[in-house]
Every structure is written in C-alpha cells, then in structure tokens.
Design a protein around this ligand. Structure first.
Ligand code: PRT
Length: 217
C-alpha cells in the first residue's frame, strides 16, 4: 500500500487559512474536510489532520502526525526538540512582557517578586531564570490581558501582534521574550518513504516562498 504523509494543521484559528493556502499553492488541495478531523489530499500522497495548535507537538511526538504547520512559540513552550524544516513567514508575533501603562518601568528588575499571568509558563520561567529574576508565575489559559485590571497579577507575558489588545487593556509592552512565526516541522521518526514525501513538500514550499518574495521585489 502506498504510504501517505500525515500533515497536521490548525483546525481553526490564526494559522488555519495561511496553512491551507500555502499547501494549496504547493498543489496539495483537499475537497472539504474543514469539519472533519482528517481529509485526503487530491493527487498527492498526503492526508491533512485538523488539530488544535497546542496539541500538535504531542501528535508529532506520538507519530500520529508526520509533519505539521504550527507557531514556533508553541514548540518552544512545549520544549520539544523537533526539526524545523522551514520558517513560513505568516502568523508572526512576539511573546512579550507587559505592565500597566502608568507604571514607571525601570528595566527587568521591575519584575522582581511580582506576580505574572501567562499561558506560556515554561518560556517565561526560562526567561526569568536566565535573567535572575524571582517572580511568581500564574498560569491561565486565556484572556491574560485582563489579569492586571482584575487584580490577578501585576504584569503579563503574552503574544502580541498589532499591540491593540494591550492598549485596550491599559497595558504597555516592555520586553520582548521571543519572536515567532509559522513553521513547517518534522516529527522524530519518519519512514524513508515519508521522508521522501516530506522532502517533496519542502521543495514545493521553498519554491512558493521564493516566488512570493520575488513578487515583493
Ligand atoms: O486553540 P488552538 O490550540 O488551536 O490555538 P490557539 O488558541 O493558540 O490559537 P490562535 O489561533 O489564537 O493562535 C495560533 C497561533 O497564532 C499562536 O500560537 C501564534 O503562533 C500565532 N499568533 C500570531 C497569535 C497572534 N499572532 C496573536 N496576536 N496568537 C495569539 N494572538 C493573540 C494574543 O494572545 C492576544 O490575546 O492575540 C491577542 C493580541 O493581538 P494584538 O494584535 O492585539 O496584539
């Protein structure tokens, strides 16, 4: 039986459209499947799995998915040492520290002994440790920006793209911890047949990205 590469993409959310349009530009098209967990690509030996972005590292680890399109920030948070085959250039954002806008920011020392809310506890803990800052991390899964105004935390660590959510919540960005974008990632153990299919996809993606770049020059 012909081997098929299982490609994980986000089921819905910020990475979904960019992932499917990139695959389509590479000639990997699916008929419907948006409401399914899995869809077969037309005329290409691959199946698309629709999963939550935050669950994708686990599926790669378990070999349920072979390659995936996801945000680098998720890989870093989960601490998985996967091979990034290609950075894809969409869904760019940064993981930043923010504090109430009226605070006088004096540098990283400001965070000493403060309570910080985040959905990225591991990345934040590593950053604080690298900078010798003792602070209390309060993990929450969403609406991180409201934490200071409801008295849950004194500062936050969250993803920022335009900055308007911070502004709306009376916060200012004071430190960038990391920059992230979508990337194509490979799971830990692929058969040689799957490696070949993954190489073909990578080749096509590089061609698409190069032609997109040429359009901007
Ligand atoms: O539910 P699932 O596990 O699939 O994913 P998710 O909840 O992480 O999904 P989603 O769609 O919100 O984000 C998917 C990925 O998009 C993230 O992991 C990042 O790699 C990337 N990305 C890019 C962002 C943003 N930009 C972004 N701005 N993810 C989240 N945000 C949020 C941020 O958390 C904050 O609430 O948008 C708000 C800030 O946006 P601005 O424009 O006001 O600064």
């Amino acid at each position: 039986m012909e081997e098929r590469l299982k490609i994980a993409v986000q089921k819905s959310g910020r990475l979904h459209d960019g992932s499917l349009s990139l695959l389509a530009e590479c000639g990997i098209r699916i008929d419907n499947g948006f409401n399914q967990l899995i869809a077969q690509a037309r005329d290409f030996p691959a199946d698309i799995l629709f999963l939550r972005n935050s669950d994708i590292p686990r599926y790669l680890e378990d070999g349920v998915a072979d390659v995936a399109i996801l945000g680098e920030n998720v890989l870093i948070e989960k601490g998985k040492d996967y091979t990034i085959l290609q950075k894809l250039g969409f869904s760019r954002c940064r993981l930043s520290l923010a504090i109430p806008k009226n605070e006088d920011y004096t540098g990283l020392g400001w965070f000493m002994n403060k309570k910080l809310a985040t959905s990225y506890p591991n990345t934040l803990a590593n950053f604080l440790e690298d900078n010798n800052i003792d602070a209390e991390i309060h993990e929450i899964s969403g609406s991180v920006e409201i934490a200071p105004s409801i008295g849950l935390a004194e500062g936050i660590c969250d993803l920022v793209s335009s900055g308007s959510t911070l502004l709306q919540n009376g916060l200012k960005e004071v430190e960038v911890i990391l920059k992230s974008e979508s990337c194509l990632v490979k799971g830990p153990s692929l058969s040689s047949a799957k490696e070949e299919i993954a190489s073909e996809i990578l080749f096509r993606i590089k061609a698409v990205l190069a032609s997109r770049n040429n359009k901007y020059i």
